[in-house]
Design a protein around this ligand. Structure first.
Ligand code: ATP
Ligand code: MG
Length: 478
């Protein structure tokens, strides 16, 4: 007998049990909630499945939700999703969902199944992995008992992802499950059973029937895991990566010329991504790590005397960002622009460690990065990878110097959120002129002078400079 223990002390369980008894419905908590409890992970989503001795399970899911809610409070709002036959409410931070047990059968060209009434066993059969197919009874006779027809508990202990039925059928029926397998392996640190993984390889092309939004959801979950490289390696080995993210696939491999190879940019990028997980949980900064070198393959060149170069990969890469975000159905607003900017600027702080650091170079970087400077520095730090630990340490120390200097310059010159000390409005009034190219020229020259350190970022010095520039342009004070 294996050991397991459920914490069913949350009052929702007692209320569900009471409602189920009242309605004479066999009811179980099922799926992710059961898995996460056994793993000791917190889970705020609880799914209940209910089976009626008579027909009409779908309707019974809704009845059970209604009854349970009525015990909790008269004004608890229950939401019904007729198309899915589910009902849901939120209570005390929990998202509680009810559904009638179902049996599903699939057609080849769609992941939308034909749904029929089913037994608990039917319902467990249609679930994706053994660890997701366990149920806990809410029935008086055996409240709290685990119902585990596929030995999910054993797989949890062995840290295995395995389909309950023939994996070829499971994956072909709903190919999203291939992404889910890899996502769970990454999130939980589990291994995909070899037979299961072989079936993913065989069925990889079927991923094409899945909507991009669902695929991207899973990819984002992989990226947000503690060690995302695990997922990308599995995606690559399964052949899925080539289909869902060909640019990333292209990063793989090393070319040799005259005995000189370059870094494998696939593994380098994954190292950067794993590194950045220590600095941030922000999905977009993690995406910046994913994409920072994405345009290395087409910019690769071997130059005699220099070796391998990837000249301009940051510029081309930043141009690819909107294209990739669009295709992936990722948000095209501030999030995309942030990632594009990170990719564009990712070489700049490192370049500073290699030359004599001038204040003007620091001011320019602060000006261009603005409030995203901290994110950029985290990305660059994560980008320092080498097998040679000493080398990494040395670089990180140099990088610390850049950080310090940036701080000093920012305190002195406040260019991070640069606002020109003199506005276009002011220039027009001062010289009594209408909008025209002179205004742009004056503003740009003042900005350049400040960034170059020729004048300070202050109104008096800017005013003097404006007067001189005005004279040169033949303008007179009003
Ligand atoms: P998470 O909540 O972390 O995404 P989860 O396993 O709880 O993981 P949900 O999408 O919440 O995933 O689904 C709840 C349960 O429904 C799963 O545990 C599984 O039993 C079942 N399930 C979800 N998606 C599928 C699917 N595509 N195929 C089969 N069963 C699924
Ligand atoms: Mg869930």
């Amino acid at each position: 007998m294996k050991n397991y223990q459920f914490n069913l002390s949350h009052p929702v369980f007692a209320q569900v049990a009471r409602a189920a008894a009242e309605l004479n419905l066999q009811t179980y908590a099922v799926g992710g909630f059961v898995r996460d409890q056994l793993l000791g992970r917190t889970c705020k989503d609880i799914d209940f499945v209910t089976v009626s001795p008579n027909s009409g399970n779908q309707q019974h899911g809704m009845e059970l939700a209604q009854k349970t809610a009525s015990y909790i409070s008269t004004d608890l709002q229950v939401n019904y999703f007729k198309n899915f036959g589910t009902a849901q409410f939120r209570w005390q931070g929990y998202d509680v969902e009810f559904v009638g047990a179902r049996k599903e059968s699939y057609q080849r060209d769609s992941r939308k199944p034909i749904v029929e009434n089913g037994t608990l066993q039917d319902d467990q059969n249609r679930r994706d992995f053994t660890i997701n197919a366990m149920a806990v009874s809410m029935n008086a006779a055996n409240f709290g008992e685990l119902i585990d027809p596929f030995d999910g508990l054993e797989d949890l202990e062995k840290k295995l992802i395995r389909t309950p039925l023939d994996p070829d059928v499971t994956f072909s029926d709903d190919p999203l499950r291939m992404m889910r397998a890899i996502r769970f392996a990454t999130q939980l640190g589990f291994t995909i059973l070899p037979e299961t993984f072989e079936a993913i390889k065989r069925n990889r092309e079927r991923i094409k029937i899945i909507s991009q939004e669902r695929i991207t959801d899973e990819l984002n979950k992989i990226i947000l895991a503690a060690k995302p490289s695990v997922g990308f390696v599995l995606l690559e080995e399964s052949g899925l990566l080539e289909i869902i993210f060909p640019e990333f696939q292209q990063l793989k491999g090393v070319e040799n010329y005259e005995g000189k190879g370059h870094k494998d940019n696939f593994f380098h990028t994954l190292q950067v991504l794993d590194n950045i997980t220590k600095a941030t949980n922000n999905l977009w900064l993690r995406w910046a790590a994913v994409l920072h070198d994405i345009a290395k393959p087409p910019t690769k060149k071997f130059i005699e005397g220099t070796g391998w170069t990837f000249h301009g990969h940051e510029v081309l890469g930043s141009k690819w960002v909107p294209k990739i975000f669009g295709r992936m159905k990722l948000p095209m607003g501030a999030e995309m622009k942030f990632v594009r900017k990170m990719v564009y600027l990712h070489l700049r702080p490192i370049a500073l460690t290699k030359e004599e650091i001038t204040d003007s170079a620091l001011r320019r970087l602060l000006f261009e990065a603005g409030d995203d400077i901290e994110s950029l520095l985290s990305l660059c730090e994560a980008d320092i990878t080498s097998k040679n630990r000493e080398k990494v340490k040395r670089y990180l120390m140099k990088f610390e110097v850049v950080r310090e200097k940036l701080k000093e310059v920012e305190e002195k010159d406040r260019v991070r959120n640069f606002q020109p000390p003199i506005s276009g409005e002011f220039i027009m009034q001062y010289f009594g002129i209408k909008p025209g190219k002179e205004i742009g020229i004056i503003k740009e020259e003042i900005k350049e002078a400040i960034l170059e350190g020729k004048i300070r970022n202050d109104i008096d010095e800017a005013l003097q400079m404006m007067q001189k520039l005005g004279e040169k342009l033949g303008l007179k004070k009003m």
